[in-house]
Design a protein around this ligand. Structure first.
Ligand code: GAL
Length: 411
């Protein structure tokens, strides 16, 4: 199992501003992501270097850059909205309901800020059947076929909430829970930790499981997400963040013109119920080849069986080099860029095919068909029923540590 790699990624990133050089280099090769080995560490170094040039070394701590306000309550527990502001004044908002990202306010190439993630202004939106906007999903993100899996000789049965399968940890999965929250002290950047204790057999999953998610918002406009999941007995876990992005600004049209690059030479085709067939298919020569940049919309309506089954893109890509930058989205009109770095083995590209205009989000904006997309970093869907896929088993001795970074910039 390589699930413990996350620590290394995070040590590289969070501590990197301690050795800042005043050197600014420009990466000319962003389209060549597959071959690009510039890690997120380099990006942090460059941005931190820019921030500290002529300003000596920046030793300020940012605890004071998190504000907390009430966001309501659910099942007798207080729900809060946390606003994290970085040195450049860019903001993300989080809530402990579902450990969710509520808002990401970042500039376009002219410096105009807009919120680039789908979400709601109030808790009621999240409580009324939202499609996992910004939520942390667990205990098992994506689908498990027919809600059944066998572990250590015992068969387990889950709720069928996406017939005929189990989806995203069940109807009362981690996305629908009020998490404990703590604003972290003494960190280099504003950061909040959410924890959820999942009792043994809740939603059918074995183990008293402790899920911990730390969000850090750096001065380089990166959301670093560190996940740690421990258990008191053998169980399975697949954890992700389900943020929907629209680099035009949430609610400002569809995402079909976004140019995507995904450093994945293969993907996992699905059956008509969106369960992987077990095949690992090369993307070469298919509409799933994003090794070089293509817009989301260019081939989405091609007469290709997998696109018909997903009603667009709703597929797991097999990441070539976990630990690197694995995906990019670029909106040519605003200039906004999103880079995703992860140590997870897979990433779900979901083109918002179930969005249908029934959700009204921030500022009263309606979220129509394909007006947001997801890059869900993950283990492969239905892995417990596919021994050939990377293992999702954790034990008391082998917890899950994993990290994902969503980095925003412009060009
Ligand atoms: C995605 C999944 C989609 C859909 C969506 C939520 O992660 O791949 O099939 O279930 O979540 O609407």
């Amino acid at each position: 199992m390589d699930i413990n790699a996350g620590n290394t990624l995070i040590e590289k990133t969070v501590n990197s501003n301690e050795t800042v050089n005043c050197i600014f280099t420009t990466d000319k090769n962003k389209a060549q992501m597959k071959n690009r080995l510039i890690s997120i560490t380099a990006l942090v170094l460059v941005m931190a270097g820019m921030a500290s040039c002529g300003n000596n070394k920046n030793t300020k701590k940012y605890n004071d850059m998190v504000t907390t306000e009430s966001f309501g309550s659910f099942e007798g527990k207080d729900v809060f909205l946390y606003t994290l502001r970085n040195k450049g004044g860019d903001v993300i908002k989080l809530t402990n309901y579902g450990a969710a990202i509520v808002e990401i306010d970042v500039p376009d190439r002219d410096g105009n800020r807009d919120n680039v993630t789908l979400g709601y202004d109030s808790l009621s939106g999240y409580l009324n059947g939202d499609p996992y906007f910004g939520k942390v999903v667990g205990q098992y993100a994506n689908r498990i076929a027919k809600g059944k899996f066998t572990l250590d000789g015992t068969e387990y049965t889950l709720a069928i909430n996406n017939a005929p399968n189990a989806l995203h940890g069940g109807p009362t999965g981690w996305h629908s829970r009020v998490w404990e929250a703590e604003v972290l002290e003494g960190t280099d950047y504003p950061a909040v930790r959410f924890t959820y204790h999942k009792p043994d057999m809740e939603e059918g999953y074995p183990g008293n499981v402790m899920a911990e998610v730390v969000y850090t918002w750096t001065d380089a406009d990166e959301i670093i997400i560190d996940y740690k999941v421990t258990t008191d007995r053998m169980t399975i876990v697949n954890i992700t963040n389900h943020a929907y992005f629209n680099l035009h600004g949430a609610g400002n049209g569809d995402i079909l013109d976004h140019e995507l690059t995904i450093a994945a030479s293969a993907f996992t085709p699905v059956d008509p119920t969106l369960i992987p067939t077990g095949e690992i298919r090369a993307v070469e020569g298919t509409p799933f080849d994003f090794l070089t940049a293509h817009t989301m919309g260019e081939r989405i309506n091609d007469d290709y069986e997998q696109l018909k089954l997903g009603n667009g893109y709703d597929h797991n890509f097999v990441i070539d080099n976990p630990g690197d930058v694995v995906a990019e989205a670029y909106d040519p009109s605003s200039g906004r860029v999103l880079h995703v770095t992860t140590d997870q083995p897979g990433i779900q590209l979901y083109s918002g095919n179930f969005l249908d205009g029934t959700q009204t989000g921030h500022g009263g904006k309606v979220y129509n068909f394909r007006t947001g997309f997801c890059f869900e970093t993950q283990h492969f869907p239905d892995s417990p029923n596919h021994p050939e896929f990377p293992s999702v088993v954790i034990t008391p001795d082998e917890p899950l540590l994993t990290s994902t970074i969503y980095a925003f910039s412009v060009r």
